[in-house]
Design a protein around this ligand. Structure first.
Ligand code: DQA
Length: 148
């Protein structure tokens, strides 16, 4: 049985491919979601992908993930740097959390250097573009096998 894994993307990530491609790459979110589903399947994971621009909706999805998914991969977008509500919801979640950013947030403006999500994430991958999601899925597959 494939292990259920949730991939969440936050605000403005629906614009991928059109939004600052020099920073975030040429792939659309639909491209990335499809890759996550395919990569996940090869790794024995049943991947569900969701995106929202709304902080409250993301908080609700994080709450609902408890008991429904075995791991969460999240690119919280700008809410990484602002959302105590998302941080609190993630603290409630008992499964491994992997944080992904397409860009290297540490090479960018100072306000992107801190993430409320990193405080509760098992690991953080940034600066590797869409490859970051693949690496996060690989890490999740290992963690769920009891490694790492
Ligand atoms: C981002 C980095 C954030 O600072 C930014 O607000 C985003 C995308 C990334 O994937 O690089 O929306 O999370």
């Amino acid at each position: 049985m494939k292990r259920p894994v949730l991939v969440l993307n936050g605000p403005n990530l629906n614009l991928l491919g059109r939004r600052e491609p020099g920073i975030y790459g040429e792939l659309s979110l639909a491209d990335i979601d499809q890759r996550c589903i395919d990569w996940g399947s090869e790794l024995g994971l049943d991947v569900t992908c969701r995106q929202s621009n709304g902080e409250g909706e993301l908080v609700t999805w994080i709450q609902d993930a408890q008991g429904a998914y075995d791991a969460l991969i999240i690119n919280p977008g700008a809410y990484s740097h602002t959302s105590v509500a998302m941080h609190d919801a993630l603290r409630f979640l008992e499964v491994p959390i992997l944080e992904v950013h397409l860009s290297n947030i540490h090479q960018r403006e100072a306000f992107r250097h801190f993430s409320y999500v990193s405080l509760v994430a098992k690991g953080v991958i940034c600066g590797l573009g869409a490859k970051g999601y693949e690496l996060a899925l690989t890490a999740v597959a290992d963690l769920l096998k009891g490694n790492g």
